[in-house]
Write a new protein. Structure first.
Length: 181
């Protein structure tokens, strides 16, 4: 079972009570339902999602922890995380939410950008967002920010100390006039 409290079946995700996170569970699949067992005890049951559904989640509210232990992701919480990284990151996240019809459509793209701070430092993510905002893309996403980090474009480069050669070998007009070569 995944750390997010869901099991995967047929490219979709079904919740399991949070007490069983990290445990091995068995699935019993029927024509219309998915049952989750731990040992011989049935833990939860879900109606199956349609065969055409991909990457969908079925989550029972009873499977979530109660109280302060569980905070669902919402736009306000994501913006708070972006603020802790920096002003440019917050602008990127705001533009993601501005580009979607409802906030839920922007949650995953925004989280993808913010999760880059787990692999790279917050300073590097902020610098990459600043570079992305300077470009022509109105609503930057992970696909715009991640390559900047991966190639190190966000890191300041030292000034070039080697002398630059001006000029070079220039052929005269007679060379181009069709003379003997």
């Amino acid at each position: 079972m995944a750390r997010n409290g869901h099991v995967s079946w047929a490219r979709n995700y079904y919740s399991v009570p949070f007490e069983h996170i990290g445990s091995k569970v068995d699935l019993r699949i029927t024509d219309r339902s998915l049952e989750v067992y731990r040992g011989d005890q049935r833990v939860t049951t879900h109606l199956l999602l349609p065969e055409t559904a991909v990457n969908e989640y079925r989550t029972n509210d009873a499977d979530l922890p109660a109280g302060d232990r569980y905070h669902p992701w919402d736009a306000a919480r994501i913006r708070q995380w972006a603020e802790r990284i920096g002003a440019s990151t917050l602008v990127v996240i705001n533009r993601i939410f501005e580009s979607v019809a409802i906030d839920e459509q922007g949650l995953n793209p925004a989280l993808a950008v913010l999760r880059l701070s787990r692999r790279y430092s917050a300073e590097r993510v902020e610098a990459a967002c600043r570079i992305t905002l300077a470009g022509p893309v109105r609503s930057p996403r992970y696909a715009h920010v991640q390559p900047i980090l991966a190639t190190g474009q966000d890191q300041a480069r030292p000034a070039r100390t080697e002398p630059v050669e001006h000029g070079g070998y220039v052929r005269g007009a007679s060379y181009y006039a069709g003379g003997t070569r």
